[in-house]
Design a protein around this ligand. Structure first.
Ligand SMILES: [Zn+2]
Length: 306
């Protein structure tokens, strides 16, 4: 049947599926609800109309029923199933346990293989906005984590070598969790914008206690900030009060009046005295922790006494 219609071999379908998954940031909707993706894969494979519409007929003798399904869809499901069996992708039912979305998602192993298929060096994985099942699992665990009253924002006692080995996956999980928790917006100014290919968000996952000083990779020590406010937060122009309001350094008054402006918008000065809280996640347990914010006020921020 496959040969009669000149259908591509399953391996080629699997490889095409992996490339399309990579193009979509490592994740696509399950095929039944994502017809656009199904069309995209068919286009990549160069299927003609005859191949796309060829039907497979299955006779259910007991029920006396004849079921028709598209041959091409069957081939795609089998290819996706093979990826899951080889540990290269997670099935929609499994992914849904983490994200409540029924999606095919590449695993780390699948991601490495897909990067190879696309000729992208493996080192680039860290800087690309890609999801993998393992990264998503860390992000989902972080998003559900409980909050301790005596929270310590430092990863004390971990030696640097162990930290470095674990850090890449954990760091990607942290980024994912923070950006998801803040709905891809800057907590301070609300900016939300993504790249034209829809893969990456402008917003960054900032550590309150920096990771270079062994600050923890978790949501109590994280906040989503646009690049500008991330920089201003890291160098001490801004800090957060326990009421989740922004405090601006008094040193801003010493700046030339034309500095820190984009058109009429004062990037830092405009935040001074703002009575409103920053934009926070949907769950209080994952708000920035007062212990991390206090450390930032005392060690990074340029207040009156510094
Ligand atoms: Zn911002």
């Amino acid at each position: 049947m496959l040969r009669r219609f000149g259908m591509p071999p399953r391996k080629r379908v699997s490889q095409t599926l992996m490339r399309v998954l990579l193009k979509h940031g490592g994740v696509v909707k399950e095929f039944a609800s994502g017809q656009q993706v199904v069309r995209e894969i068919a286009d990549e494979l160069g299927l003609n109309e005859r191949q796309r519409s060829a039907c497979l007929e299955t006779v259910y003798r007991k029920e006396g029923r004849l079921k028709k399904s598209l041959l091409w869809h069957r081939l795609l499901f089998r290819a996706a199933d093979a990826l899951a069996r080889h540990g290269l992708a997670s099935r929609p039912t499994r992914t849904a346990r983490l994200t409540e979305q029924r999606e095919w998602m590449l695993t780390e192993k699948g991601l490495d293989e897909a990067l190879g298929l696309c000729g992208i060096p493996a080192e680039k994985k860290e800087s690309l906005p890609l999801r993998s099942y393992e990264v998503q699992r860390i992000a989902s665990t972080l998003a559900r984590s409980a909050r301790a009253e005596d929270y310590d924002p430092f990863d004390r006692g971990k030696n640097t070598v162990v930290r470095q080995e674990k850090s890449t996956l954990r760091g990607r999980g942290f980024r994912q969790a923070v950006i998801d928790a803040y709905d891809c917006r800057c907590a301070i100014c609300g900016l939300k914008i993504r790249s034209p290919d829809a893969l990456s968000w402008e917003v960054e996952a900032a550590h309150i206690v920096p990771s270079g000083l062994l600050g923890k990779d978790d949501l109590c020590n994280g906040i989503a900030l646009c690049r500008l406010h991330h920089w201003a937060f890291d160098v001490g122009w801004l800090t957060l009060l326990d009421s989740y309001r922004v405090q601006v350094s008094p040193r801003v008054d010493g700046l030339p009046p034309t500095w820190g402006r984009i058109g009429g918008y004062e990037c830092i000065r405009a935040l001074a005295g703002n009575p409103g809280r920053i934009r926070l996640p949907y769950r209080e347990e994952i708000y920035p922790h007062p212990n991390a914010m206090r450390w930032h006020r005392e060690n990074v921020f340029y207040g009156r006494d510094r």
